[in-house]
Design a binder for this molecule. Sequence first.
Ligand code: ARG
Length: 436
Amino acid sequence: MNKVYKKETFLKLLGSISSQKEIRKYLERFSSDDYRFALIKVGGAILKNDLDNLISSISFLTEVGLIPIIVHGAGPMLSEELEKNKIDYKFINGQRVSSADVLQIAIKVFSEENIKLVKALDAEGVNAKSFVDDIFHCEIKDQSLGYVGDVVSLDVNAIKASIAEGFVPVISPLGKTKETNHVNINADLATLAIAREIEPDKVIFLSEVGGIFNENSKLISTININDDYDFLMKQEWLHSGMKLKLKQIKLLTDILPSSSSVSITKPLFLSKELFTDAGSGTLVKAGHTIRSFNNLDQLQIKAVKSIIESSFKGKLANNYFNENNNNYLISSCNRSAIVLSKKHKVAYMDKFSVISSARGEGLGNAMWKKMIKDNKKVFWRSKPTNVINSFYKDAADGFQRLDDWYIFWIGITDLKELISCIEFASKQPRTVIYDD
Ligand code: ARG
């Protein structure tokens, strides 16, 4: 099949789970840089139990012209092999203590797994290049861990060159010290070291569980690390392995540019996670600062106007900002705004807007949470055709269907108050003007 034709076929396929517009938005974003697209950490268990899905998801990426950097683990196979050879091992803070015996087996297992992955990619027509021990320059800093290396520098040029030649770099977490001795590196820390140098747009952890789950075993779709980290680390239901992962992700978001993000998902869902707003896994972002204002200066008016007009794809009425009874929530990145009218006793959400390029990263959710925190009671309206209504239905305590509008509310229990809110909402003038 010719490459361009194949790309179109793939996009159509993906289109069955989302809109073409959304997919192309992400494709464009991820294609904008030649080597900074994504760093993918593949857990050892995936190589063992989910190799087929892994290969097809990587092959999908290369078909659409995106070359990720892969770092793989091999934990379960290494443990198995050590047990088979009756070699004792233990972990300190999630790192495998590596005696000379453990190290020898680690080198063998990592090389085998690396080659296995490269061969499997090859067989699927994906060009891949193997890097077993030639990327990381290390030092042994913590003697109690044995032959475990701390990465001091790495060969970024080898990674870039591989991508430039069209080969997916497949990297094992093994390094060498100055004395050219081998050392074992924790695969997550190896990933962190590469992320620091490459600053990829996405860092993706592929695991069998495919995300972080809440106390009701429901997948947490987005985490804003700055807002949610302390809370999550205190929760008993989050088990220690997940806490460790979250801690590493926090380190990652601290070193990555704020436009980058981290996703945890499983191979089968990788394309959906990458190419749709809603994703299919857990997306972790550094977080958003959201501030509240009762009065706006001219610059802020300009910013809010442009956020609303771009997200509603219409023009805001000229007198919109003359109203002095409003409260505004604005994200510090100027990509999302909520306007609350305080003309009624209960807060009326007049506008909730997130510009399209910021959708899918949890910004809307963060704005929403802030609004609910600031206002115990709130009501709003929405056109029956609005695609956001399913979100509103989930978020609201109740809603009323009128001919032209759906009216939603949160926290209103008094019937008289509710009726007056519904009446108020239905009578508000339209403030966004559309061309057609
Ligand atoms: N496709 C976007 C990305 O990869 C958004 C993903 C959203 N994912 C989520 N689990 N909420 O950056």
